[in-house]
Design a protein around this ligand. Sequence first.
Ligand code: F6R
Length: 576
Amino acid sequence: MCGIIGIVSKKSFSVKNDLLKGLKKLEYRGYDSCGFATKEGAVEKSVGEIQLLIDSVKDSTTTLGIGHSRWATHGGVTKANAHPHFNKDKTLFAVHNGIIENYQELKQMLEKNGYGFMSETDSEVIPHYFDYYIKKGLGIKDIMIKFMAEVKGTFAILLFRKEDGRVYAMKRDSPLVLGVCDDCFVLASDIYAFSDKTNKALFFDDNEFAIISSDYHFYNGNGKEIKKKIQNFEWSREEETKKNFEHFMLKEVHEQPAASRRLIESLKLMQKDALKSFAEAIKKSKRIFFLACGTSYHASLIGVYLLRKLGIEAHTVIASEFENFLAVDKDTLVVAISQSGETMDVVSVLKDIKKTGAKIISIVNVPYSTIQRLSDFSIEVLAGQEICVAATKSFTNQIVVMLAIAKELGFLINLDEIPGKIKKALEDNEEKVRKLALGLKDKKDIFVLGRGISYPIAREIALKLKEISYVHAEGMMGGELKHGTIALIEKGTPVISLIPNHNEDMISNTKEVEARGARTIIVSDTNGDLIVPKSHDAEFSIYACMIGHLLSYYIAKENKLPIDKPRNLAKSVTVK
Ligand code: F6R
C-alpha cells in the first residue's frame, strides 16, 4: 500500500496546490502518516491525514518534490517513521512503497559503516545505502543497478539529491507510473494522482528504473536504456468530488444504478468481443479457477455458483492461499477479480501462473493496473473511481459481469432491468435502514444468513459491517448455523436473513434462530422487513447487498466513525 508522488517541472509549482493535492488523491492507499521533501532540501512530515499536513505547512514553490502517504508495515504510526527518509546530511531524500525484505542485513552493513537510523522502517536503508555508495565514488545510475540486484522485496521508490533536479525512480512489484504533462512529469503510484493534468502515461514494468529531469530515460535492471511507449488513458474526473453527499461511500452507493447501466451498455458494444472471448475460454478450458481477495472474492463466489448452475465446474480460492490449494497448467483458465488491479496477493499468484501457460482473464475496475497488464485480456467493470475504502459500486458491477458471462453461456436473465431495480431497492429501503441502524448501533455482534447465491452476499454484508461499522459480524450459510454457531444466539441477537423467492429452507433457518430469541431482520423480495424488487435469486444478491451497504453506512454514521477511511485499512493492498 502507501501512495507515492514526485513532480519534476520546468516551471515552479506550489507544494500545497500541486504536490500535496496530488498526494491527497492517493490517500486511499494509506493514511497513517504523510510527508514531502523538495529540491531545496525542505522536508515536512505529520501523523494522520494529508489535510492536517496541508493545513499546517506554509505554502512554498519549487521545481521538484516528492511525497508519501503511509500505510504502516514496519514500525508504528509515528512522525519518525513517516516518509520521506533522508541521509544524515539531508542531501538525499526517498519515498518508498513496498517492503525491503533484506533490510536488516543492509542496515547492519550500514551501521557497521557508521550510519545511524532514526526510524524503525525498512525504507530508511534507501537514502543511507545511496549515501554510502556515493561517498565510495559510484555514480547514481550504477548505485541503482547495484540496489536492484542486491535488494530483496518489493518497491516503488522515488529518490532525489538536494539541488540536483532529477528524480531517480525504481520499481519491482509495487506500482509506479510516469504521467507526461505539458510542463512537468508526475511520478505516482497510479494515474489518479495526475488524471486532472494529463491522459498520457508510461507504466513502469518490474525491475525497471528511470531518471527524470527535463526529459526521461528508462533502463532495465542491468542499466540498458529501453524505449517505452506512451499510453493514453481515459478517466472521468467528476468521480473525485462528493457532490451533495456527506461521504464518498453514500455517493458511491447511489452511483450504482448509473454505474451498472454504463457497464451493461459497454458489455453490449465496446466489451462485446471480450465477453464472447471470455465465454469461449470457459468452454475450452479443462479447469476454471477464480482468484480474488475480500469483496472481490465474494463476487468470485457468485461466479462459481452461476457457472455451476450451468453445469460448469469452477472453483475459487482466496489469493493468499491459492498456492496451498490449486495446481495450474496450460489448460487452466484463471479469472482474477480485483477492483484496484493491484492487490499484491493476486499479483504474486498471477506472476507464478503466467509461467505455466495458463490463460489469465481479469475483471478489474482500474484500467492499466498491474493485474490487467498481467492478463491475456480483461473486462473492465467501469464503476468509475471508488474513493471510499469499502468496495460498493465496483462489487455490484463485478456481479453484473458474472451475470453477463452466465447469460453469454445460456443463463436466462434480463440485465437491462438491473439498474432500475437497484434504484428502487435504494429508494424503498434507505429510510427504513436508517431507522434500523439506530437500533443496531450498539450491538456487538450481527449474524447474516444466506443460501446459494445469497450466501456470498451474507459474507459481503458481514464484511461491510466489520470494516465500516466496526461491528463484529458473521456471514453464514443458513444451513450451517445449527452446526455450532447457533450457540451464540440469545435474546435480542440481531440476525439478518436473506430470503429470495420464498426459499423454504431459509425460512426454516430464520425460524430456528427466532425460536432462540434472535431479533431477525428479513430481507426478501416477497415479504419481510426490507423488501427488494422481485427477481431471480442471482439478481436478488445485488439488491440485498444494497441493504448491507446502507446498513453499514448508517450504523457507522450514527457512531461517528471515519466512514470513507476506516481504521487500519487501505484501498489498494500492495503488500502480501
Ligand atoms: C472491502 C474491500 C476489500 C477488497 C480487497 C481486494 O470493502 O474493499 O476487501 O475487496 O482488498 O481488493 P481488490 O478488489 O482491489 O483486489
